[in-house]
Design a protein around this ligand. Structure first.
Ligand SMILES: N[C@@H](CCC(=O)N[C@@H](CS)C(=O)NCC(=O)O)C(=O)O
Length: 376
């Protein structure tokens, strides 16, 4: 029996982040489906809700959330390749891609999964039900898939994926694929020769949805071979990077590369407007909340906001979890010395991304007991 247990699904976005990280640590991990009776019996009573991924460590401790899982393994000293770059500037850059990957790429992930039914649906039906209800009979399978896919289609709309935005979501994703592909032509990972937290953020949408579901999988293989190979690399324990001829470009070369600058520019165009609008919305919302409304665990979504995105007005859910990921970036930037801060500014300024560090919410958010909470 494995020492570590990961509850998750092959088709789950956030499971991919945790799974990839655990594999890169070479840990012996048993993956269990949420349809396993132990998920209902042992896990849900601790998490208080149906959600994956969940890690159970060798001492039985239970941790929900991709980022918390990574930090838990690091804190136990079980990481052989830390997700966090030693260079403090690289660390901030990497955390930016954790936020952008896990949250900013949700629109293409959901669009390419749920709006190409002819290609995707037969695969998704089997893949979902096998994890949610292993061994279910035909009638049960149809009901299980109808329920879960209905929830996910609704979530896609909540992320701003509607017929009005389909064309812009596709154009934006193709632009991202081209930029990431150009970067990976020279580097096996985002920051060079080792996977970091930014890679783990990016693998979330790029594995389960965008490389695995039939329609976007074909698109990725056709258009962005290096990205496809990076996905393969991110799902193995070793580096699977033969095409780089064993020349490991040092991380700091990748950091200063024009192709990384192009990716940062993409984050500025594609995600900064949403991050800034979220911060402004939350500040206004917080100023109106009576203290007792902020005392309990924070809801996944606390409202809806409309913001300008690629010439459209997108209406999306406001999810405080994203603020927590943004805080991780800002906290890492706040500890830089003057020289490091100047180096970071030299990367963010030209990309148009400087305000990601200054967009701050008046109240901090923290994670404890498997949830987000507003800090006192
Ligand atoms: N912030 C969480 C998000 C986890 C999450 O949203 N998981 C999805 C599957 S990919 C889920 O369990 N959704 C069920 C639900 O929210 O009801 C993490 O990174 O672990």
């Amino acid at each position: 029996m494995a020492d570590w247990i990961l509850y998750g699904m092959p088709g789950s976005l956030y499971t991919a982040k945790a799974r990839s990280y655990l594999r890169k640590q070479g840990l012996s991990v048993e993956e269990r489906a949420p349809g396993d009776p132990r998920f209902t019996g042992e896990i849900i009573p601790v998490t208080g809700r149906w959600i994956v991924p969940v890690l159970q460590d060798p001492d039985g401790a239970i941790v929900q959330d991709g980022a918390d899982i990574i930090d838990h393994v690091e804190a136990r000293g079980a990481a052989v390749r830390s997700a966090y770059p030693a260079d403090p500037v690289a660390r901030v850059i990497s955390l930016i891609f954790e936020l952008f990957g896990g949250e900013g790429l949700l629109r293409p992930a959901m669009h390419y999964r749920w709006n190409f039914d002819a290609d995707n649906l037969p695969f998704l039906e089997r893949d979902f039900v096998n994890a949610l209800f292993p061994g279910a009979d035909a009638a049960t399978r149809a009901g299980v898939f109808a329920r879960s896919s209905g929830l996910m289609r609704k979530a896609a709309v909540g992320f701003g994926v509607t017929p009005d935005s389909f064309a812009a979501v596709e154009a934006s994703y193709l632009d991202f694929l081209d930029r990431f592909d150009a970067h990976l032509a020279a580097y096996p990972y985002l920051l060079g020769d080792a996977p970091t937290i930014g890679d783990y953020g990016l693998i979330a949408p790029l594995h389960a949805h965008l490389s695995r579901d039939p329609h976007p999988s074909a698109l990725m293989k056709r258009r962005a071979l290096h990205v496809w190979r990076w996905v393969e690399r991110m799902t193995t324990r070793d580096d699977d990077a033969g095409e780089y001829l064993a020349v490991s470009p040092p991380a700091l070369t990748a950091l200063a590369s024009p192709t990384l600058a192009a990716l940062l520019g993409f984050v500025a165009e594609d995600y900064l407007p949403e991050a800034e609008a979220m911060v402004a919305w939350l500040n206004a919302w917080l100023s109106e909340q009576p203290a007792d409304r902020l005392a309990g665990p924070v809801d996944r979504s606390v409202g809806r906001m409309t913001f300008p995105w690629r010439g459209l007005a997108l209406t999306v859910m406001v999810m405080p979890y994203r603020l927590w990921l943004l805080q991780r970036i800002q906290d890492a930037a706040d500890v830089l010395d003057a020289e490091q801060a100047a180096a970071l500014a030299g990367l963010l300024g030209p990309a148009g991304l400087s305000s990601l560090l200054s967009a701050r919410v008046s109240r901090r958010i923290e994670r404890r007991a498997q949830r987000e909470w507003w800090a006192a």
